[in-house]
Design a binder for this molecule. Structure first.
Ligand code: ZN
Ligand code: ZN
Length: 69
C-alpha cells in the first residue's frame, strides 16, 4: 500500500501511517492528519460522549473538506 497523494505525485519514498477514516485512502504523515474524535456512547436514557478522546486519521483532502468555513 502507498499513500494515495504521494502516488499521485509520483513519490514512493514515504511510509504510510494509516487509512483515511472518510475516504479510506492510504495516507502518509505528510498527507494525513490524526485528529481527536468524540466518541458517542449510549448510556441509559440518553447519549453522552466519552471523557476520553478517541483518535481518527483523515487525509488532507477530507480534513480540508470538513473544515470549510
Ligand atoms: Zn503522502
Ligand atoms: Zn480522505
Amino acid at each position: 500500500m502507498k499513500c494515495y497523494d504521494c502516488d499521485q505525485n509520483g513519490r514512493s519514498d514515504t511510509t504510510p501511517i494509516g487509512v483515511c477514516s472518510r475516504c479510506n485512502l492510504v495516507i502518509c504523515p505528510e498527507h494525513g492528519r490524526v485528529t481527536q474524535a468524540l466518541v458517542h456512547l449510549v448510556r441509559g436514557t440518553g447519549k453522552s460522549t466519552s471523557d476520553l478522546p478517541a483518535r481518527r486519521a483523515v487525509c488532507l483532502t477530507c480534513h480540508a473538506a470538513e473544515n470549510v468555513g
